[in-house]
Write a protein that binds this ligand. Structure first.
Ligand SMILES: [Zn+2]
Ligand SMILES: [Zn+2]
Length: 165
């Protein structure tokens, strides 16, 4: 099931101690060459409390996701474990569209921010990754195809290289 990231505003306001919520579900990600599949879940514990006009949102999350190598397209399953504390002044407008006049506080943008900040912009399985053959598409880490050799022989200029100039 999709993660329900909405928390009732009144529960936060009325709680005499920090409100603790445990959430679990699917959280769709598609960023650079990282993505989630059906079985990938996020599990998180969030603590919310107001101190003067500051809403404190502490999030501890664990996420499973996949990364695809930018060169050879091989997929790898990954896990991320991160936490962060956000502080928001609820008396002024904020980028997260948190407004205590609304029924719910949606912590989705905070979850996204933690995840995206911890993903590489370009994932490569290894610095030595040879990528895919541009002709036959083989993964050159696994197979040594003959495309390059064949291509040189068939090139109209290849005979030139055999001449002594
Ligand atoms: Zn690779
Ligand atoms: Zn090839």
């Amino acid at each position: 099931m999709k993660l329900n990231s909405k928390i009732k505003t009144i529960d936060i306001v009325n709680s005499p101690v920090p409100l603790v919520v445990n959430l679990s579900g699917k959280f769709e990600i598609s960023y650079a060459n990282h993505f989630t599949e059906d079985q990938d879940l996020v599990n998180l514990i969030s603590e919310l409390y107001i101190d003067d006009s500051i809403l404190n949102i502490n999030i501890n999350l664990e996420l499973s996701y996949k990364s695809e190598c930018g060169r050879c397209l091989s997929k790898k399953a990954n896990k991320m474990k991160k936490s962060r504390l956000f502080k928001l002044n609820i008396d002024v407008e904020n980028d997260y569209e948190i407004n205590f006049d609304r029924e719910y506080v949606d912590i989705e943008p905070f979850i996204s921010e933690i995840i995206i900040d911890n993903l590489d912009r370009l994932y490569i399985c290894s610095n030595k990754c040879k990528g895919l053959c541009g002709i036959c598409g083989s993964n050159m880490n696994k197979i040594k195809c003959n495309c390059e050799e064949k291509n040189l022989k068939e090139s109209p200029f290849s005979s030139l290289s055999q001449l002594d100039l």
